[in-house]
Write a protein that binds this ligand. Structure first.
Ligand code: GLY
Length: 361
């Protein structure tokens, strides 16, 4: 089975996303068709290299094996990728291909967007998390030592190839991380302005078992639903000046939890789920949502085995991390808050109010 989605950002920026349960011969064929007559630099995660390099038709000369982990998304590795592209003699007609999770996609995309002022970039996400989020929408980035994604660009890929067979070798923690990000879409669906209701909340509830078992057709449909919502959002607000902010639901606290634990304790999706638990509690307390929707929201998170955060972190430290986030304005912290069934809106809090909110939940 193969589903094709189209992203249309403006008249000039258009690309396709393929979601497929096909084998690696088919992926090799797709990549061949996209890159024939081109030189290619393939930035591939180390884990993917060890598991799949034998299945993928790249020569070792083309592959830059990228060490896994958020701390590797730094300017040193970025420069290594650029140097490698230059040594290989890549020109503006050539391409960079990312084969890996979000870290690989972000840094390879940033290299592609800046090398010779931009060359073709192809995303082959190999984690569920990257498939439903970072591989689509054109955000590319590297980190500074104390700030995630602080240097980057908006640069849309030429194509996104999602081959779900890669997900079979994700461990449970990584797979659940992807599901954490997926649950987010259920709570923002009606704010995404997608043309028809997808009933993602209901789909996630009814198909929970199949999703947890990684049943291929269910997974393709699930990814398709999430990406339809993401595409609806990014096609009207590529640069996150308005609507795109809703994709950060659960992320304000989520990012701070990742940062305060140095990206070692929680996966991204898990941290986002803690962020969603927190903001759902807060929204109920402040009467943005009624009890019935509050319960429905928690039910879905619980159905997938997620629980609220047990650990306590000093609120003032979390707030000082949030203040440095690029989503914060000079004096306010931005939270995406549920405000009705499957609806969210931005609420800006002063650091003092946010600290109070963290303490009272
Ligand atoms: N990860 C949120 C976005 O792409 O805007």
């Amino acid at each position: 089975m193969r589903q094709t989605l189209k992203v249309q950002i403006d008249d000039k920026k258009e690309y396709l996303i393929e979601i497929s349960d096909g084998g690696f011969e088919r992926l090799n064929q797709d990549i061949y068709e996209l890159t024939k007559n081109k030189k290619r630099l393939v930035v591939m995660s180390k884990k993917v290299y060890s598991l799949y390099s034998g299945d993928l038709n790249f020569s070792n000369d083309e592959i830059f094996v990228f060490p896994d982990g958020e701390k590797e998304k730094n300017y040193k590795n970025y420069l290594k990728i650029l140097n490698r592209a230059f040594e290989m003699g890549l020109t503006r007609n050539d391409a960079i291909i990312a084969v890996g999770g979000g870290v690989v996609g972000d840094i390879a995309g940033f290299a592609a967007s800046t090398y010779m002022r931009g060359i073709d970039f192809i995303q082959v996400p190999t984690t569920l998390l990257a498939a439903v989020d970072s591989s689509v929408g054109g955000k590319t980035a590297i980190d500074l030592p104390n700030a995630k994604n602080i240097v980057g660009s908006f640069y849309q890929p030429k194509k996104v190839l999602i081959y779900i067979n890669f997900f079979n070798t994700l461990d449970k923690k990584q797979y659940m991380s992807g599901l954490g990000e997926i649950l987010k879409y259920a709570f923002i669906e009606d704010s995404c302005n997608y043309k028809v209701p997808l009933f993602l909340y209901e789909f996630l509830t009814l198909s929970c078992e199949k999703i947890l078992q990684r049943e291929p057709l269910t997974l393709i449909r699930l990814i398709e639903y999430c990406l339809n919502l993401k595409i609806a959002v990014v096609s009207v607000d590529e640069k996150e000046s308005g609507l795109r902010k809703i994709l950060n639901y659960g992320h304000t606290l989520g990012h701070a939890l990742e940062a305060i634990t140095k990206y070692k304790k929680y996966t991204h999706g898990e941290a986002v789920v803690y962020g969603m638990y927190f903001i759902t509690e807060w929204a109920y307390k402040k009467e943005y949502i009624n009890y019935s929707y509050y319960r429905l929201s928690l039910d879905l998170l619980e159905k997938y085995g997620f629980k609220p955060l047990k650990e306590k972190y000093p609120a003032n430290k979390l707030i000082s991390i949030m203040k440095k986030d690029k989503k914060a304005s000079s004096d306010k912290i931005s939270f995406i808050v549920p405000c009705g069934k499957k609806q969210v809106k931005e609420v800006k809090m002063t650091p003092l109010d946010a600290e109070f909110a963290l303490k009272e939940i």
